[in-house]
Design a protein around this ligand. Structure first.
Ligand code: F6R
Length: 240
């Protein structure tokens, strides 16, 4: 695991954006695992800018998003489906058929999760997985627990996650359940890039980097990945 510390989020966006663009341009097709939340937004903005400048095309990119809320309409403004279209997909030439999300409205969530894992495997697994980290150390929506998860599953969100994300839900209450890729699937990615900025992430980053590998801090499992790079700003690095 490699740690890279930057002055600000813009520098991280440029660095990570260039890693993605180089990887996309180097392969005839590529499979990306994508995250929502505030952390990747500047990177998505950077990639959109480079797309407009003709420096990259997402035509042959396949994506799998990490997670989606349960029982939230697909087109709700707070769904991760809407988020990804607003922040990235609508501004590029990505093909809608190549964009994959867990369906939080599936009647049979077990089958939905198994099908998602099978589709990722059929795509040849994820080339680059982008991650943020929760203040409680979650990755995807793998909340702190007493075991590491393997494939995708339905999760009850913790109070910490609900407190962190409910600011986005002004009208309706935030869902308390989500479907998420499992830690095993995330670890299967050939390369993992994590972005974390701000003081609120300092505890999680310290536990991830210096703590023991434990499902009590799911992100700590990245210590065991052969090709994981953690991009953080000085505030997120302040407890290292
Ligand atoms: C989002 C996701 C979450 C976020 C994490 C950090 O798809 O899987 O693990 O990455 O909650 O969120 P932000 O970046 O909003 O601080």
């Amino acid at each position: 695991m490699e740690i890279k510390i930057y002055d600000n989020a813009e520098q991280i966006a440029q660095e990570v954006g260039e890693v993605f663009i180089e990887a996309i341009n180097a392969k005839s097709s590529i499979v990306l695992g994508l995250a929502t939340g505030a952390s990747p937004v500047p990177t998505y903005k950077y990639i959109c800018e480079k797309y407009r400048e003709g420096k990259v095309s997402l035509k042959n990119v396949t994506t799998y998003n990490l997670d989606e809320y349960v029982d939230l309409p697909k087109n709700d403004k707070n769904s991760y489906y809407s988020f990804m279209h607003e922040q990235l997909f609508n501004h590029t030439d990505i093909q809608e058929d190549n964009v994959n999300f867990l369906n939080g409205n599936a009647e049979d969530s077990l089958k939905e999760c198994a099908d998602y894992d099978a589709k990722i495997a059929k795509s040849g697994y994820i080339d680059i997985q982008l991650l943020g980290v929760g203040r409680n150390g979650h990755i995807g929506f793998n909340e702190p627990s007493n075991h590491f998860t393997k494939g995708a599953f339905k999760v009850k969100l913790t109070e910490s996650t609900i407190a962190a994300n409910s600011m986005y839900f002004d009208e309706n209450p935030m869902p308390h359940y989500a479907l998420t890729m499992g830690v095993g699937s995330i670890m299967h990615a050939k390369k993992i890039i994590m972005i974390a900025t701000g003081k609120a992430k300092a505890d999680a980053i310290a536990a991830l980097v210096n703590g023991e590998v434990s499902p009590a801090c799911p992100a700590s499992v990245l210590q065991f990945h052969q090709n994981a790079v953690i991009y953080i700003d000085k505030d997120a690095a302040s407890l290292l």
